[in-house]
Design a protein around this ligand. Sequence first.
Ligand code: FUB
Length: 455
Amino acid sequence: MTKTFIKQNNLNLLLCLFAAFMAFPAWAQNPLIMDQFTADPTARVFNGRLYVFPSHDIVPPEGEGRAEWFNMADYHVFSSDNLTDWTDHGKILDQKDVSWADPEAYSMWAPDAVSKNGKYYFYFPTRIKGAGAGEKGFSIGVAIADKPDGPYTPQPNHIKGVEGIDPNVFIDKDGQAYLYWSRGEIYGVKLKDNMLELDSEIKTFEEIPQKGHIEGPFVFERNGTYYMTYPHVANNTERLEYGTSDNPMGPFRHKGVIMDESASGTWTNHHSIVNYKDQWYLFYHDNDLSPDFDKNRSIRADILFFEENGDIRKVIPTKRGIGTTSATAKIQIDRYSSKSNYGAASVFLDRLDPFKGWKVVLNKPNAWVRYNQVDLGIEGPGKVKIRARSLSGGAVALKLAGQDDRGFSEVTIQKGGEWDVFTAPVKNGATAVQDLIVQLISGDGVEVDWVQFEK
Ligand code: FUB
């Protein structure tokens, strides 16, 4: 991983310089962001656009930060209006810009952002200057902006009376704002209209599980029910759980699990739940771009459904994620929705550099992967390009879900073993939003990086 770490540091520097001048597009699928580590995503809808405020895990400069631990110096904000194309608006706050914070703590942990009275309030935890180590040294600060993507001006002091991490602000329908946070337990309090000061006694939610680490509260309301959701270690690592109440200050009745422990073994999870264009989504994180170190995380998103009685249906993490992919984009079929249970796998293009992404390996007769929600347009494409390689040569068929013949295109991958782009014509009739299947139809093995359609 050393090479990856050095590359990541250089990349961070370049990104900061670049971001200072312009916003630029990021990637889609899971993980959502492919050019830097991101964690603890809070998704919010402002002015019809979805914004994500994550933490920004980094590998700190030599001799700084804390080895083998979370290291975060700043925050970026990302946004999208189609959940596929993400814009990185660049850095919105740095530990060095916060006068009350330890500028060398690398502890800009999980944030939140809300809008009130035409302003944007960004809540972030970090370590207080001179407070020493450990969660006890943390408080929560606020930075204010006129636009969701900043510039944000931090308040000169942290919120008086708050010690802890993982701020979450919920504004009820009557305009009352509540601040929740964690430090061993979950706490909540009313906020004054200025969004900067406490306006009630602090309540400890003792009804929420007391055994096993708990943090990261996220409260939202749906149909008059208040959902308190949080990561909790019931067994080995954090899983996402929730309780409900008819009052934002509880008591909350424990209801169940939203997402099981991560299959990767990543110890933390941290999430938010948002409704965008009439669909609910769960934003969370895992260690996709850092398989050997779970403190360098990557944000993900998947669709979330409610049962008729208001219960949350468990979310199964996917590679495919959310949003529709244009057929004319490089479709990363290694982020598949499903695959045959034989001869199909997603593996890194370069194990030493996860930021290069993945490829699909098809190496058993008829092995396939399926990638949902590809927009082929009204007229449909005329040609397909595939970046692929095969030692002994082979061919893949492109099919639409439900097509049982050889599909609407067949692409021959010449024998050789070097990566190349292979093209083939596409039959008429492949139009609209469809689920795409890529299937091995001849040869012993083919690796595919991406698929892209053209007119
Ligand atoms: O990102 C640092 C910490 O890890 C967060 O504050 C926690 O919620 C956990 O995700």
